[in-house]
Design a protein around this ligand. Structure first.
Ligand code: ADP
Ligand code: MG
Length: 362
């Protein structure tokens, strides 16, 4: 996946920018609040996913303008292609000149992996962030996963609503069987995909972390399935989840919420055998998050045969020199966009540098 041309207009604080990026490393530099992350965000949106920092699309449109319009010409799946995203109250997308029903149809057409300082939350904060990481990675790779996840979430919501109603309408009790059956089928598909993904993640991230720590530290990540079953077979998971839903039904009615299932699962990330969340230093935690994100890129390549574009927002200044070196030496054959305040920290031959000030190139 190589972007040959990127144009951005009326997006965030960017009035108009057009660049022809390098096939390798692109350094976006400038002072704080000038539009560096905005440029990275504009590239990310071509994945078809939502922004990594705004829930509402309308926040992406430059103040006092009506719409943003961003375009890329890129090489993917063996040919030159183009895509366009127009944002007014929401996002609209075109690919090769054809209007798509939804921007999410770009998923699987353009791959990118983003790493920003906020990804430290992957290690430091609660399980929601880790599940979100898995779900976002899987949604980009497998559109059917996104559909299955949505069905699971919808069914879970309905079962939870029913749990609240049962106290007033005891005749509803028997309908739980139908919901449990559906929920365990959809849930099993989610858990099975996540477990398979974490296996790939674990192998990849262990190797990257080993390199990042100059061979000094061992890294591991495992999927914590709250039902206690460790199988990646969807049928086995379904049976077990259904059994657990029945066993915990009384508690669920009492608590008015479903207590078992993938909405409670987590990742256990360890360095040298102990929890990175509880005992890792800031630097170790940052390296863990980075190892997971760089693994995400490797897995996209392994599964799709396409190299995703790598977006590294404000990463370098927070890493020591040997870790910076490791990253820069492991990005060859990939197109990378790196933001930083001071380009001299990145002494790279073949890199293109773009200086951004108040949303314009200078
Ligand atoms: N919709 C918008 N319209 C105009 N300016 C915006 C919009 N959204 C964010 N900004 C501005 O963009 C700037 C931040 O840009 P950003 O890319 O995050 O900076 P940095 O260069 O530090 O990465 C802020 O000054 C913010 O006010
Ligand atoms: Mg920034």
């Amino acid at each position: 996946m190589i972007i040959n041309s990127l144009s951005i207009s009326d997006f965030r604080n960017i009035d108009y920018i057009q660049i022809s990026p390098s096939e390798n490393v692109n350094i976006i530099f400038g002072e704080n609040a000038q539009g560096k992350t905005n440029l990275i965000e504009s590239v990310w949106l071509f994945t078809g996913c939502k922004s990594f920092r705004s829930k509402r699309d309308s926040e992406l449109v430059r103040f006092e303008t009506e719409y943003a319009k961003n375009g890329i010409e890129y090489f993917a799946f063996g040919r030159e292609q183009n895509a366009e995203i127009i944002i007014d109250k929401k996002r609209h997308a075109k690919k090769n000149g054809i209007e798509l029903k939804s921007p999410s149809q770009l998923i699987g057409e353009f791959y990118a992996v983003i790493f920003s300082p906020s990804h430290l939350s992957l290690i430091q904060e609660g399980p929601v962030n880790r599940r979100k990481f898995l779900d976002t990675a899987l949604c980009q790779l497998k559109p059917f996963y996104a559909k299955g996840l949505a069905k699971y979430a919808h069914t879970l919501e309905q079962r939870n609503a029913l749990l609240k109603d049962i106290q007033f309408h005891s005749e509803l009790y028997d309908t739980l069987d139908v919901w449990d059956d559906k929920l365990s089928s959809y849930g099993a598909a989610v858990v099975s995909e996540r477990i398979k993904y974490v296996k790939l993640l674990s192998e990849n991230a262990r190797e990257i972390y080993y390199g990042l720590s100059s061979g000094r530290e061992d890294f591991s990540v495992e999927y914590i399935n709250n039902t206690g079953l460790y199988s990646e077979d969807a049928y086995e998971i379904k049976d077990f989840l259904l059994k657990r839903l029945r066993e915990t039904r009384r508690d669920d009615i009492y608590n008015k919420i479903t207590g078992v299932g993938p909405q409670r699962d987590d990742l256990n990330i360890k360095i040298k055998g102990i929890s990175a969340r509880k005992f890792g230093s800031q630097g170790q935690q940052r390296s863990c998050a980075l190892a997971l994100k760089l693994s995400e890129a490797n897995i996209i390549r392994e599964i799709t045969g396409e190299e995703p574009v790598i977006l590294l927002d404000d990463v370098m200044s927070e890493l020591d020199l040997s870790r910076q070196d490791y990253i820069l030496n492991h990005l060859e054959n990939r197109q990378v966009f790196i933001t930083c305040c001071e380009p001299s920290v990145l002494n790279l031959s073949g890199a293109k540098a773009f200086h951004i000030e108040k949303g314009c190139l200078i």
